[in-house]
Design a binder for this molecule. Structure first.
Ligand SMILES: [Zn+2]
Length: 146
C-alpha cells in the first residue's frame, strides 16, 4: 500500500531512526504514524520506548532493533487496529466477561441436564428443535441479564 492510500482517520506503526547525535545508539524503533490535519501531513512521533526520533518513517520492512519498542508493539498493534475498544485492555472488564461467559455455559449445562432428566422420566417426550432453541436462547439472555 502506498502511503498516500493510508486512511487519514487511522494511526499506524512505522519503524523510525533515532536522532543523529553522539552517544545515541544507532537502533531502529517503532513510532506511531498519523495524519496531522493542521499540517496536512503524515508524521511520526517519539518512539514507543519514549525517545525523540528523526521525523519520518523508515522504508517498509525495516527491522526494529530496540527490544523495548518490540515489547510495546503487540499492545500498540491492538490499540491501532480498527474497531479497537479501550475496555479490551481493561483486566477487570475482561475478568467480568469471562465470569459472564462461564455462568452462561453453566446455565446451558444445567438446562441440558434438565432435558436429559425429563427425557428419562418421559420416554415419549419430544422436544422440537425450535422450542429447544427458544428455551436455550431465553436461558442465555437471562445469563447476560437482557
Ligand atoms: Zn525503542
Amino acid at each position: 500500500m502506498k502511503e498516500t492510500e493510508l486512511d487519514k482517520t487511522r494511526r499506524y506503526l512505522r519503524a523510525v531512526a533515532p536522532l543523529d547525535l553522539p552517544g545515541v545508539p544507532a537502533e531502529t524503533h517503532w513510532s506511531v504514524y498519523q495524519w496531522l490535519p493542521a499540517f496536512e501531513a503524515w508524521a511520526t512521533g517519539i518512539s514507543l520506548c519514549g525517545q525523540s526520533m528523526r521525523q519520518g518513517p523508515l522504508p517498509a520492512g525495516t527491522t526494529v532493533s530496540c527490544m523495548q519498542c518490540e515489547e510495546w508493539r503487540p499492545r500498540y498493534e491492538r490499540m491501532l487496529a480498527p474497531g479497537y475498544r479501550p475496555q479490551d485492555d481493561d483486566p477487570e472488564l475482561l475478568r467480568h466477561r469471562v465470569q459472564l461467559a462461564e455462568s452462561q455455559i453453566e446455565s446451558v449445562r444445567e438446562l441440558v441436564a434438565q432435558w436429559g432428566a425429563a427425557a428419562v422420566d418421559r420416554p415419549d417426550a419430544v422436544i422440537l428443535v425450535g422450542v429447544a432453541a427458544d428455551v436455550l436462547s431465553a436461558a442465555l439472555n437471562r445469563a447476560v441479564g437482557r
